[in-house]
Design a binder for this molecule. Structure first.
Ligand code: SF4
Length: 310
């Protein structure tokens, strides 16, 4: 574990290397605080990949996140080298939807469109019609000329979208989930709201139905940030991975943010440390590549999402 002086020294070395190599550092909202603090941009995965697209000068992207996010960045930025500082940083929910599983559902329902959450591997994206994020899933599904849709891999997001759109959503696989968001329990939120009667509960759609039902606001990380900024409330109970609270507190120093469950930590997101980030940047190692055919198909699904939500 680095002490404060070591963190500052390592951060300076990273910033020096970054300049020398014309790199940009992107950090997902769930990253460690010191990793967020050194990044050029902090945000959700697609927000970050699009930021990178606008960085014409950058030749190297260091993406402090998990596997599928770096893959999306590689698909959307084919002329740039994308590095994932920790190769072990894999999202368990993305792993739950394999290509074979998608093919199985397509055989069962050959006429239905397949919509995949961006939290999927590139190989899966290549088999879908359109991607979505948790922020735009409702808009994407509503835009489709179909009353029934195959949707994966998060079952909770599928249920949330079904309720919002009134369309029939068939979850693929049947029970895909984010282990971190399933840790939140309504009783914990109720206890916190009893202690802070004016607090507003912000809940991520990957949480359970019971959690969504007691929420004052359900939304993605970027939607939570906007809601907190624009709200006149002073106290918020937040049900998403703990890393987002760093950004919320930085952006709203006059407001109070309380994590709805102290153990809500995504161990995969936390695998990226400053030391690993430095090593990846220095040696330009852990390059994320996506085979051309997969990237072409995945890009189509992502571009369709961008067209719908433009
Ligand atoms: S928080 Fe959940 S969805 Fe996000 S990377 Fe971790 S396991 Fe995957």
């Amino acid at each position: 574990m680095l002490n404060k002086a070591n963190i500052v020294a390592l951060a300076e070395k990273i910033l020096g290397l970054k300049k020398e190599k014309k790199a940009i550092i992107l950090a997902h909202n769930y990253q460690r605080l010191e990793v967020q603090d050194i990044a050029d941009y902090v945000g959700d995965s697609i927000e970050l990949s699009r930021k990178a697209m606008n960085e014409q000068e950058a030749e190297l992207i260091v993406f402090a996140a998990v596997d599928f996010m770096a893959e999306s960045a590689a698909i959307l930025n084919p002329s740039k080298k994308v590095l994932l500082p920790s190769l072990g940083a894999r999202c368990p929910m993305a792993q739950m939807l394999t290509v074979d599983e998608i093919k199985r559902w397509k055989v069962l329902y050959p006429l239905l469109p397949v919509v995949l959450y961006v939290n999927t591997l590139a190989s899966a994206k290549a088999y879908c019609d359109v991607c979505c994020t948790s922020a735009n899933a409702v808009e994407v599904i509503e835009s489709l000329d179909a009353e029934t849709v195959l949707f994966g891999p998060d079952r909770n997001l599928a249920e949330y979208v079904e309720k919002k759109t009134g369309k029939k959503i068939i979850p693929i696989p049947e029970r895909g989930f984010c282990p971190t968001h399933l840790l939140f329990q309504p009783e914990d939120v109720q206890l916190l709201k009893a202690k802070h009667p004016n607090a507003v509960a912000l809940v991520h759609p990957e949480c359970s139905l019971e959690m969504r039902e007691i929420a004052d606001f359900v939304g993605s990380t970027s939607q939570m940030c906007r809601y907190a900024r624009e709200s006149s409330a002073r106290t918020f109970v937040v049900a998403t991975e703990e890393g987002l609270l760093h950004r919320l507190r930085k952006d709203n120093p006059d407001k109070q943010f309380i994590l709805a469950y102290e153990g809500a930590v995504c161990p995969n997101m936390k695998l990226t440390t400053l030391e690993k980030l430095y090593a990846a940047l220095k040696e330009e190692k852990h390059v994320v590549t996506v085979p051309d055919a997969v990237a072409r198909q995945g890009r189509k699904a992502l571009d369709r999402m961008f067209e719908i939500t433009a």
